[in-house]
Design a protein around this ligand. Structure first.
Ligand code: ZN
Length: 222
C-alpha cells in the first residue's frame, strides 16, 4: 500500500478482499493446531495460491516499537497483570522497551482516536481499511484546540491529531507508563473487522515476508 493521504486513501474492495484472504491464510497456517482452521486454510490457500505466493502485502508494514527488548505478555488469557487472583483476557501483545523509546505506526491509516486517563493510558487508535491498531501506555497527554483533539508529547517532539493520516513507520509516540501498567512497555492491540486478532500472528507473517529486509531479527517470535 502506498503512503496514505486524505485524497488517495481509498482501499478497493479487491484490496480488502485480498487482505482478508491473506489474513485468513496466515492465521490458518500459523495456528494450525485447530482442525477447523486447517480445513479452512486448505480452502483459502487453494483459492488464493497464486496471490499468496506473489503477494507483498506485508512488505510495507512496520514493526511498532524501537529498542525492542522482549515480548512481556502474549495475547490471550492470563492471570491478572496487576495482582489479584483473577484471570483476564489480554487483548493485545506487550513489547517491553525502555521508557522513551519511539513507537512506530504499523500500517498507513487515519487516526480515529486519541485519549488518555484510561486503563490503556495515553493512547492512539489508527484505522487502516478493516484493520484497527491501538497503542497504549504512551507518554504525553491529550489536549484540544478549537474542538480538535491531539496527543502531545513535547519532550518527544510528538503531536498527533485525531483525523490525521499517518504513514507506515511514522513515529507516533513514545513508550511510557500511563494507565494500568507495572513497567514501561507498548501494549499493541489489533482488530480486523471489529474482532481482536493475536498480533503475534501478524508479526510472524510480516517476518516471513520481510526476513530478507530490515525487521529486527531480535524481534522474531519464538
Ligand atoms: Zn498489554
Amino acid at each position: 500500500m502506498k503512503q496514505a493521504s486524505a485524497s488517495s486513501y481509498q482501499p478497493t474492495k479487491n484490496c480488502i478482499r485480498l487482505r482478508k484472504s491473506l489474513l485468513l491464510a496466515a492465521l490458518g497456517i500459523l495456528s494450525a493446531s485447530s482442525l477447523i482452521w486447517q480445513q479452512y486454510t486448505i480452502q483459502v490457500v487453494a483459492a488464493e495460491e497464486n496471490q499468496v505466493a506473489t503477494s507483498n502485502s506485508w512488505q510495507n508494514a512496520s514493526f511498532p516499537v524501537e529498542n525492542f527488548q522482549a515480548y512481556s505478555s502474549p495475547f490471550g488469557y492470563r492471570r491478572s497483570a496487576t495482582g489479584g487472583s483473577g484471570w483476564e483476557f489480554h487483548r493485545g501483545l506487550d513489547f517491553a522497551a525502555p521508557q522513551g523509546s519511539y513507537i512506530r505506526n504499523w500500517w498507513s491509516g487515519k487516526v480515529v482516536k486519541v485519549s488518555d486517563r484510561t486503563a490503556c493510558g495515553t493512547h492512539v487508535i489508527v484505522q487502516s481499511g478493516d484493520w484497527e491498531h491501538t497503542y497504549c501506555h504512551m507518554q504525553g497527554h491529550v489536549e484540544a484546540q478549537g474542538g480538535n483533539r491531539y496527543l502531545i508529547d513535547r519532550e518527544g517532539g510528538i503531536q498527533i491529531w485525531e483525523g490525521q493520516y499517518i504513514h507506515s513507520g511514522a513515529r507516533i509516540g513514545r513508550v511510557g507508563m500511563t494507565g494500568r501498567t507495572t513497567g514501561p512497555h507498548l501494549h499493541w492491540g489489533l482488530k480486523y473487522a471489529n474482532n481482536y486478532v493475536d498480533p503475534a500472528l501478524v508479526l510472524r507473517a510480516m517476518y516471513a515476508q520481510q526476513s530478507g529486509r530490515t525487521l529486527q531479527s531480535s524481534a522474531r517470535i519464538r
